[in-house]
Design a protein around this ligand. Structure first.
Ligand SMILES: Nc1ncnc2c1ncn2[C@@H]1O[C@H](COP(=O)(O)OP(=O)(O)O)[C@@H](O)[C@H]1O
Ligand SMILES: [Mg+2]
Length: 428
């Protein structure tokens, strides 16, 4: 990769504006509770300074993590308790003259005040601006984070929580029956996901009786793999319902595109926020978007997102009733290191003829077995989603006809399905 293009340099005025604009939008800043950082040039350096209520060592460690999400090579200096410097090394480590010119983060805890000082010779790069913003947000917001409601925190990041308890209130509980067929897949899911979450102790007891050295037999992360529309996302919701635990839905694609500069930081927060649930399923949907893009800025963002993901997958094993699920249409394109973090991959094939007929039972239960088989044999290669869309289409056509004729509602007759399926087969 061309190192020079990796991160763009931004002039002082633009950088200052960008930082202040982003931070002014924070609630705590707009209400005056917290003041904006000071940003000023000094000699040949640019400086950013802000106050911190507290700078405990856990916070410093977290800050290092935040910096490392954006910047790779960091040197840490500690001079005395309460005074740390994290210094980014220049990309060109052989150029020893300028090796110390890169960005420096000073965390200073005086007896009467704490502050963070960030300085750099020359202009900031885009990545560095993101770090500054992330650090400010973390340092100034960290006190309220402890008792934060994870759902609220996540929704601010554009991540939704599918909560079976809430779905139950509106009668929307999903079961294995919502996915017709797929008996082998369901069996694998029961054994490797649902049971270990519902009864972790039994799994642990078994492993205690078999292993010379303690190790766990329960999976931490499982991959759903298969063509689009075969029911992977729906199955993740089914799992949440069966285990009665919330599912944190993380569409990687949208996290990447919406905030591509900040996406790795956001992903780290998603895992941290999810860890606040007593137990949860983290569902990383369409993780192949991490493999896809060739676009300049996105490649960089992708690489960082990946490195955060790898680290978080490694770290996210503390809780017995927590599991990460990933879904992908393109397993072959996934990064090897990422693939290796998944303990198991469950393959969702396209439904065969019998299975398509079973799916029709969910979406056209008024048809008889023989009719369902006739139609499903016309729809070779169709996924579950295609089958559902097909039924939607037939029903809409039929309902419109009913309205036109002004008659009472009846289900569409077999012939209408057959006709539509024949047309589809001819046009293939
Ligand atoms: N085997 C199946 N039985 C019933 N409905 C299915 C089946 N497979 C897929 N569907 C339906 O198709 C739609 C798309 O499924 P989805 O879970 O989004 O697939 P994926 O995530 O694999 O792309 C959903 O409405 C789902 O209920
Ligand atoms: Mg999906």
């Amino acid at each position: 990769m061309d190192d020079k293009n990796k991160s763009t340099v931004i002039d002082f005025i633009t950088a200052k504006e960008a930082i202040l604009k982003e931070l002014s939008a924070l609630e705590s800043v707009s209400t005056g509770e917290i003041s904006l950082p000071e940003i000023y040039p000094e000699k040949n350096e640019v400086k950013v300074e802000f106050q911190a209520n507290s700078l405990a060592s856990e916070q410093i460690v977290e800050c290092l993590q935040i910096i490392k999400n954006h910047i790779e090579n960091i040197r840490v200096h500690t001079f005395e308790p309460g005074f740390y410097i994290f210094q980014a090394l220049n990309e060109n480590v052989f150029d020893s003259k300028s090796i110390l010119d890169n960005i420096k983060f000073r965390f200073i805890a005086y007896s009467n005040q704490n502050k963070v000082e960030i300085s750099k010779k020359g202009d900031f790069k885009r990545d560095e601006i993101f770090v500054i913003i992330a650090l400010f947000k973390y340092i100034t917001g960290s006190n309220s984070k402890k008792n934060a409601n994870p759902k609220e925190l996540l929704s601010r990041l554009g991540v939704t929580v599918f909560d079976p308890a809430k779905e139950a209130l509106s009668g929307n509980i999903l079961t294995f029956d919502h996915i017709a067929g797929y008996n082998n897949v369901k069996q694998e899911i029961l054994e490797s996901i649902v049971m270990p979450i519902l009864s972790p102790n039994t799994f642990d007891e078994v492993s205690k009786l078999t292993r010379k050295f303690p190790s766990r037999n329960r999976p931490r992360a499982i991959l759903f793999e298969g063509d689009p529309g075969v029911g992977k996302t729906t199955m993740a919701k089914v799992v949440a319902c069966l285990c009665k635990i919330p599912m944190v839905y993380v569409p990687i694609e949208s996290i990447l595109s919406k905030y591509y500069g900040e996406s790795s930081q956001n992903l780290a927060y998603v895992f941290d926020a999810a860890a606040l649930f007593p137990s949860a399923l983290i569902f990383l949907d369409e993780i192949d978007s991490l493999a896809g893009s060739r676009e300049e800025g996105i490649v960089e963002a992708t690489r960082k997102l990946l490195s955060v993901l790898l680290r978080k997958l490694d770290g996210f094993e503390g809780k017995p009733r927590t599991l990460t699920l990933g879904a992908t249409n393109r397993k072959q394109d996934l990064d090897k290191a990422l693939l290796s973090r998944f303990d198991k991959s469950i393959y969702f094939p396209l439904p065969d003829m019998r299975e398509r007929a079973a799916i029709l039972e969910n979406y056209a239960f008024h048809l008889n077995e023989e009719h369902r088989i006739t139609i499903s044999s016309l729809l070779e290669g169709y996924s579950g989603r295609n089958m559902k869309d097909f039924c939607d289409f037939v029903e809409r056509k039929w309902a419109s006809a009913i309205i036109e004729r002004g008659v009472d509602a009846t289900p569409p007759p077999f012939e209408i399905y057959q006709e539509a399926a024949e047309v589809i087969r001819k046009n293939k």
